[in-house]
Design a protein around this ligand. Sequence first.
Ligand SMILES: [Fe+2]
Ligand SMILES: [Fe+2]
Length: 343
Amino acid sequence: MGDRGSAWTDLEWRWMADFPSGTYDDFLAAFPGTTRSRKSFINRRSEFRRNNPFGPSFDHLRANSDKKVDASGGWRAWVEPMARMQELDAASRTDQDYARIDLETEQDIAVALLSDIHIGSWSTDPRLVERTIDAVLDAGCYVALLGDALQMAIRLRSVGEVMDNQMTSRQQFAALSSLMDELGPRVLWSTHDNHSVAREEDAIGWSPYAELMGRHTIYHDGIGTIELRLYEGARFVSYRIASSHKFRGSTGRNPLAGQKAYMRLEDQDVDVAVAGDVHKPALEVYYEGGRRRVAVNCGTLQTNSIYARRHFSVNARTDMPVLLFGAREKRVTPFMDLKDFRA
Ligand SMILES: [Fe+2]
Ligand SMILES: [Fe+2]
């Protein structure tokens, strides 16, 4: 019921101008048989009070001034400059979601997965870090850095947390920079993480860690996909590798859940999915969707974390898995750690 859709007549507006305090009953008396509802009447009266068409004009009071108005051209004027800036930003970035690595080799190649070293933490064993890096160098492995290379306890959640920095954040960054120089072109790719990248972004809006990685090697700012191609003459074997610091679903209790879910639900062409973060080394070779899959997670060199000892386990597992990629035949052979690989 009511008058929805029918505009008020001049006569009705005129009545409202003549009887600004008139009630709905007065209105009904003035317009017997009207279909206007009480709600409609009240709404129209509010509108009338805001903008009385019969009221005095204020035009003669309008001053002449240099009042500034929006002369930009509105939202459309922003479109092209913003698009151009986004192109420039994309061109200046060194991170990438997809990458291809070509290696000419007759030999199978080994890639050591290094993650969660947590350099600079009171609870990281520095001698173990040195032994691990030496073992990688001695084994002649390539390297993938899957995040949390530094402790970077710069989140101001508690005094205790920040006190876990044995090295200052500058010292940690310098250590990483020199480690990257030492590893050199062995580092085939790297990923984002939560200890440096996310915390630096929280603190200053960008990540020096990500910039360093991106200038040194392939850097994935999110889940990344590598196409690794091993050449021998005209023949090549190709591997598709998904990497992230962590895939959603992985936990310390089930460290491969995220990697496997990713290969099942997001990219069925992936041969190998690798991650770190949960500090639990694990590997699994299995078949799914007609393809041989390898899921791997790294351990940690942070052997004495009170956080881990209180919430997860008193045992820190320091295994850094190695993947052996076949050069002649497509086959990925995973090893739980460098010792297994060298045995
Ligand atoms: Fe970690
Ligand atoms: Fe992490």
